[in-house]
Design a protein around this ligand. Sequence first.
Ligand code: ATP
Ligand code: MG
Length: 252
Amino acid sequence: MGRVISIANQKGGVGKTTTAVNLSACMAAAGRKVLLIDMDPQANATHGVGVDKKTLEGSIYDVLVNKVPIAEIICKTEMSNLDLAPSVNELVGAEVELVDMGAREFLLRQAIARLRQDYAFIFIDCPPSLSLLTLNGLVAADGVIIALQCEYYALEGLSELLQTIKLVRENLNPGLAVYGVLLTMFQHTNLARMVVEDVRGHLGKKVFDTVIPRNVALGEAPSFGKPIIYYDLKSAGAQAYMALAKEVISRG
Ligand code: ATP
Ligand code: MG
């Protein structure tokens, strides 16, 4: 049975999508069948794997709002083993459209129930909010990867996120675990080193050994619609995401 992992942090721009896209691509390259679900109306993950929105048959919006079976909107990417459930900007309206729908936190979970047997990993890229879309991502998942940027305010908002995860576990999804905390955009500065030490001090073993460096190629790859391993395999960013994929596999 496949493992479902959401990548979350309500803070914006901390590396969630970069992680969702590149971890998915590394797992796929390692021969694991992967589905990447884009739950963000910004649709950055959709563009990041090179899927053109003009060619879409539908999106995760249709799944959540119009009850279209998810299999009908899943598309292949140029990479073997990597499929995508794409997002579109219209997803921003889902929040309002779903307001009076029953069990609205369970829509994604129900939608992917049958897919677990088809994929080794399902990664969900969550938007930068604790909205209904993120809640759907948390309710659907077995685990959360929390992306934390190595900067002064790294831990800001973390207690709110951990509290949300706890509430989801108590009320909606008892199986939800914090799968790991990922430090991103590390630079060799004293401040970044202090942040890493501080985060490891607070969160201990939950923090992945792998730290993602700030790396120019990682920032460039999305504009070519390519995961880093197909853009610049030798880059420090590619090596780091390959190491993360190994770590995730070894965590079982
Ligand atoms: P949002 O909250 O808006 O969804 P996010 O948490 O998904 O943002 P990303 O989109 O992954 O964050 O990253 C924010 C920006 O930083 C992007 O332009 C991305 O290309 C860049 N970026 C992310 N990680 C790195 C890195 N390790 N090195 C260099 N640039 C990075
Ligand atoms: Mg994002």
